[in-house]
Design a protein around this ligand. Structure first.
Ligand SMILES: CCCCCCCC(=O)SCCNC(=O)CCNC(=O)[C@H](O)C(C)(C)COP(=O)(O)OP(=O)(O)OC[C@H]1O[C@@H](n2cnc3c(N)ncnc32)[C@H](O)[C@@H]1OP(=O)(O)O
Length: 148
């Protein structure tokens, strides 16, 4: 395994994070009223976290969060983790494990960490959890491309 790219300065992270203001996951509500409105912060361990309340707008079956939206949260966390390392990349593969149903109204935290990289390919893990349980986990591969 090659050494991981280091985390970048907060200003660089903010400029990458602000580069997609219409994003469905973390955009500006003025520019995309449908955005989930995630706001990530970086941690000293070079991962990222965002707190979110599961709203009724995110449900599939009555009262239960839609798995596609869960996947979006996890994917967004991993994308932001790459921003935190100064990397802009596309999701190439995303594997999600839905551990237990997520009830509307829960207050959860989504987090992600970079685990491995080789040339243009980056492996990351993510988790949706609260202090008492893990609700979903993900493992993904991202690939950098010249133009995003
Ligand atoms: C909150 C912010 C949210 C922002 C958005 C969140 C992230 C997203 O949703 S991105 C959108 C969804 N993803 C996409 O649209 C990606 C669509 N797919 C693609 O564009 C291409 O298949 C892409 C770029 C992933 C790979 O392109 P491809 O032409 O195969 O790349 P290529 O140049 O051949 O290979 C580059 C490297 O990637 C590797 N690679 C390509 N695909 C994969 C894969 N699935 N798994 C592992 N490695 C892969 C290759 O082996 C190669 O590795 P190396 O450099 O070590 O030899």
């Amino acid at each position: 395994m090659s050494e991981l790219v280091p985390a970048v300065a907060a200003a660089n992270y903010q400029s990458l994070a602000a580069s997609h203001q219409q994003c469905i996951a973390c955009g500006d509500p003025q520019m995309n009223p449908l955005t989930l409105g995630l706001r990530f912060s970086t941690t000293p361990a070079s991962s990222v976290v965002a707190d979110c309340r599961i709203t009724a707008a995110w449900q599939g079956y009555s009262g239960i969060m839609h798995g596609g939206v869960i996947s979006t949260l996890l994917d967004a966390a991993m994308t932001h983790c790459l921003f935190h390392h100064g990397v802009k990349a596309l999701t190439a593969e995303l594997n999600v494990k839905f551990v237990r149903p997520v009830a509307v109204g829960l207050q959860l935290r989504v987090s992600a960490a970079l685990v491995k990289q080789r040339r243009a390919v980056f492996w990351l893990n993510a988790e949706l959890a609260d202090s008492s349980a893990i609700y979903a986990t993900a493992a993904a591969k991202f690939v950098t491309v010249a133009e995003i």
